[in-house]
Design a protein around this ligand. Structure first.
Ligand code: IVH
Length: 695
C-alpha cells in the first residue's frame, strides 16, 4: 500500500475509534490496540511530513510552540441569554412567547453548562477556527488548544461550511484529580478558562476538556426547520450533544416521538410537566459529572425564532433559568490592584454602586489576569456582577463594551504597594518582597481577625494605625509593643489603648489549633489546622521537626493531606522568617501545644466517612452532629463522594439524599443517629419536657 493510502486509512480508523470512545462512550478496541495504530501514524508522519493532514488525530496532542490568540471576527452574531430566576418566570415567558407567535410552540429544555462559550467554524468540512465569544463580534482564535479536545471533530463527514456553538468544560472529577497541580484555581470553570488560553497547546492537552454543542448555523438554504432537527443533524455530523435534553410540546407522546425520530436521547413532556422537570433537574444538579449554572429554554421552531429576532444582546427566542442569586448590571469605572498577605495580586473592579442581593456593591473581584482576559474586560465596560455563595461579589460577564475604545485591562508589572517587579506563579502574579507594606498589613490583620485570634478591637484599621506609628512591623510585635506610645495620637483615646491591651492578653488563651490557623500557612485554615492537630501534629515542635526533616510522609499519612499540600506546608515552615516569628510568639506565651479535650467516647465510627445534610432538632448548627461523629473516630466531609460511607439526613436534605441513594451510601435519620450515640433517652426527656410545658 502507498504511504499516503496507509496514512488515510489510519486516520479513518482512528477517527472512528475516537468517536466511539469520546462521543458515544463505547470503546471498540483496547487502549493497546489504539495506541499501536496511533504510533504507526506518528511514525509515518515523521517520515513523510509532506503527507501530514490537518485533520490528523496526531494534531490533538498539542505543540510546545507558543501561540498568541489573534482576534478574529465572528461571522455569526454570538449573543448571550436573557435570564430568569424562577420556574414561574420561565413558564410566564413561555406563555407570552406562544401568545406572541399566536400558536402552539414546542420548547427545548437544555442544561446551561458552566464553562467557556466557544464557536467552531468548519470550512469544506474541516475545522478552520475555534473562536472565543469575545465581545460577540470579535473573539480570540484558540484553535490549537481546542483541537486537543477529543470530542471536537477535526473533519466532518460532509464537505460543508457550518458554524457551531458549544460550551467547553472540565468534568468535575478531572478537576478534582488536577486540583493539587493547580492549587490556586478555585473551580472547574476557571481551570477550563485558563486551559483554553494556554500558550502551549501541549499544556492544554494535559487538561481533559470536553465540549457539548448546542446550536448550529448552517449555510443559506440548508437550515433545518426546528431545533430538534438541528441537534439531530449536528449529532450525525459527529458533534457531542448533551443527552440531558427535554422537549416540551402539547402532548408528551408527540414530544417523545419527535425525539425518537430525530435519534436523540432525552425526554418528551407536555407543558404542564415543566415545573416538575425543573425541580428534578435542580435536584440532580450536584450529582452531574459537570457543573451547570442553570437551564436554557429555547423555542424549537426556526421560523418563529426568525420572527422573534434578537435584541442587541440576546435572542428573544430563548431564556436562561439561572440557579444563582440574581445578578446586577453596572459599569466598571476603574480597576485597582490589591496585594494580599501572601503577596498575591488581585485585580478588583471598581464599580458604579449597584444594589445586589440586599446590599450595595461598589467593588468586585476579577481574580487574576487570566480571568480578565477570559472576560475580555476593559475599564468603561458594562458588566454583570454576582455573589457566588454569598461571599465576595465577582464580575461574571461583560454585557456591553465601552465606547471609548479602552482595550482589555492589563495588570501593571510593578507592585502597587512597594514597587517591586511582580512575578507570575501559576495563574497569579505575586509581589515577592516580604517587607511590602500591604503584605505586612494583610498578615497582621489576618492574624487578629475574628476567624483567627479574634482580637475584636484590632481590625485592619487599627493594624494600619499601629504600623503607621511604627509600633508593629510583624505579628509578634503585637505582644511586645508599648501601646501607651499611642497616647496623644489623633483619634486614639485611653479606652482604645486599653482595648488593644486586653485583646492581646486574651488572645494568649486561644488553643494551639487556632494559633496555628492564624499563622497564615498555606493550606492551613481552621479546618486544616484541626486536621493536622487530630492527625498527630499536636504541637508546633512536631510540625517544625517533620518539616526540617522534609518528612512528607508524616503529613500524607493523614488521609486528608495530599502531597502537594504537604510540600507547601513544609516549605512554609522551613522559611527562616516564619521560624523566627514562631519563636517570638512562643516567647510571648502563645499556646503551641494542643491541650487535649477529654474524650472517652467509644470509637464506633472509626474508618467511616460521614456527610451531613438538612437541619436537625438536636444538632443546631449541624456542625454539632459532625463533632459527635469526629469524637467517635469518624471523618466528616461536606460533599458526597465515592468514599462517603454514611449520610446523616435532617429535614430538607434533598439532592444529597438522592446522590447517596445512587452511590449506595448508608442513610441515617436523626433518630437513628441519636440511638447510635446512645442518646435516645436524652431526647425522649426533652420531648417530655416540652409536652409538660404545653400542658
Ligand atoms: S444558547 C444564541 N445553550 O450560556 C444562543 N447557551 O449566558 C445562545 N450556555 O454564552 C446560547 N449552555 O456560553 C445556549 N445549552 C446552552 C448553553 C448555553 C451554556 C452558555 C453560552 C452562553 C451563555 C449565556
Amino acid at each position: 500500500m502507498e504511504v499516503k493510502e496507509r496514512i488515510d486509512s489510519l486516520i479513518d480508523e482512528l477517527v472512528r475509534l475516537q468517536k466511539a470512545y469520546y462521543i458515544d462512550g463505547a470503546p471498540l478496541v483496547s487502549d493497546l490496540e489504539y495506541d499501536a495504530l496511533f504510533d504507526e501514524l506518528v511514525k509515518l508522519e515523521n517520515e513523510h511530513p509532506e503527507l501530514v493532514r490537518s485533520d490528523s488525530p496526531t494534531k490533538r496532542v498539542g505543540s510546545d510552540l507558543t501561540s498568541d490568540f489573534p482576534e478574529v471576527e465572528h461571522t455569526i452574531p454570538v449573543l448571550s441569554l436573557d435570564k430568569a430566576y424562577t420556574a414561574e418566570a420561565v413558564l410566564d415567558w413561555m406563555s407570552k412567547s406562544e401568545a406572541k407567535a399566536s400558536g402552539n410552540l414546542s420548547f427545548a429544555e437544555e442544561e446551561k453548562i458552566d464553562g467557556i462559550s466557544m464557536v467552531l467554524y468548519y470550512e469544506d468540512g474541516y475545522l478552520a477556527r475555534a473562536v472565543t465569544r469575545g465581545n460577540g463580534h470579535v473573539g480570540n482564535d484558540v484553535t490549537s488548544n481546542i483541537m486537543t479536545i477529543h470530542s471536537v471533530p477535526l473533519r466532518l463527514p460532509e464537505a460543508i461550511n457550518i458554524a457551531v456553538r458549544g460550551e467547553v468544560y472540565l468534568p468535575k472529577a478531572d478537576f478534582e484529580k488536577l486540583k493539587d497541580r493547580y492549587p490556586l484555581i478555585a473551580n472547574p470553570r476557571n481551570l477550563a478558562a485558563g486551559t483554553v488560553r494556554r500558550q502551549k497547546s501541549s499544556e492544554a492537552a494535559e487538561v481533559p476538556l470536553d465540549i457539548f454543542i448546542y446550536e448550529g448555523f448552517w449555510e443559506e438554504g440548508a437550515a433545518p426547520a426546528d431545533h430538534i432537527e438541528n441537534l439531530s443533524r449536528l449529532k450525525k455530523l459527529g458533534f457531542r450533544i448533551n443527552p440531558h435534553l427535554a422537549l416540551f410540546s402539547a402532548s408528551r407522546e408527540e414530544a417523545q416521538r419527535r425525539l425518537e425520530e430525530a435519534g436523540l436521547e432525552g425526554e418528551g413532556h407536555s407543558f404542564n410537566e415543566l415545573g416538575e422537570y425543573l425541580e428534578k433537574v435542580t435536584e440532580r444538579r450536584e450529582s452531574l459529572p459537570y457543573e451547570i449554572d442553570g437551564m436554557v429554554t429555547k423555542v424549537c421552531e426556526m421560523s418563529v425564532r426568525e420572527a422573534f429576532g434578537y435584541t442587541e444582546h440576546h435572542p428573544r427566542w430563548a431564556i436562561a433559568y439561572k440557579f444563582e442569586s440574581p445578578q446586577a448590571q453596572t459599569k466598571v469605572v476603574g480597576v485597582t490592584v490589591q496585594v494580599g498577605r501572601t503577596g498575591r495580586i488581585t485585580p478588583v473592579a471598581e464599580l458604579e454602586a449597584v444594589k445586589l442581593g440586599g446590599s450595595t456593591v461598589r467593588r468586585a473581584t476579577l481574580h487574576n489576569q487570566e480571568y480578565i482576559d477570559t472576560l475580555e474586560l476593559s475599564i468603561g465596560d458594562t458588566v454583570s456582577v454576582v455573589k457566588r455563595g454569598d461571599v465576595i461579589p465577582a464580575v461574571e460577564e461583560v454585557i456591553e463594551k465601552n465606547e471609548i475604545g479602552n482595550g482589555t485591562f492589563v495588570i501593571p508589572p510593578l507592585c502597587p504597594s512597594c514597587g517591586s517587579v511582580l512575578e507570575k506563579k501559576g495563574a497569579h502574579l505575586f509581589c515577592e518582597n516580604r517587607s511590602c507594606p500591604d503584605q505586612i498589613l494583610g498578615r497582621i490583620s489576618f492574624f487578629t481577625a475574628r476567624d483567627q485570634m479574634d482580637m475584636e478591637s484590632i481590625g485592619p484599621k487599627a493594624v494600619q494605625l499601629l504600623v503607621e506609628n511604627k509600633l508593629v512591623e510583624d505579628i509578634p510585635d503585637l505582644y511586645t509593643c508599648d501601646f501607651d506610645r499611642l497616647v496623644g495620637v489623633k483619634g486614639v483615646g485611653d479606652k482604645t489603648i486599653e482595648q488593644f491591651k486586653s485583646a492581646v492578653k486574651e488572645s494568649l488563651n486561644r488553643p494551639f489549633h487556632t494559633v496555628l490557623a492564624s499563622l497564615g500557612l498555606p493550606e492551613v485554615g481552621s479546618k486544616g489546622a484541626e486536621i493536622l492537630v487530630k492527625g498527630g501534629f499536636d504541637s508546633i515542635d512536631k510540625l517544625l521537626d517533620a518539616s526540617r526533616r522534609n518528612d512528607i510522609e508524616a503529613f500524607t499519612r493523614i488521609p486528608q493531606v495530599g502531597e502537594q499540600s504537604a510540600l507547601l506546608i513544609i516549605n512554609a515552615l522551613q522559611d527562616p522568617v516564619m521560624i523566627e516569628r514562631i519563636e517570638k510568639l512562643k516567647a510571648a506565651g502563645l499556646q503551641f501545644v494542643e491541650i487535649k479535650e477529654e474524650n472517652n467516647e467509644e470509637q464506633i465510627f472509626s474508618d467511616q466517612v460521614w456527610c451531613v445534610t438538612g437541619s436537625f432538632d438536636n444538632f443546631n448548627p449541624r456542625g454539632l452532629a459532625m463533632k459527635e461523629v469526629e469524637k467517635r473516630g469518624g471523618r466528616s466531609v461536606s460533599s458526597i463522594t465515592g468514599k462517603t460511607t454514611h449520610l446523616l439526613v435532617g429535614k430538607g436534605g434533598g439532592s444529597k439524599r438522592a446522590q447517596a441513594e445512587k452511590l449506595g451510601v448508608t442513610i441515617v435519620t436523626e433518630e437513628e443517629f441519636l440511638k447510635l450515640l446512645g442518646k435516645e433517652n436524652d431526647i425522649k426527656e426533652t420531648k417530655m419536657d416540652i409536652q409538660l410545658e404545653l400542658f
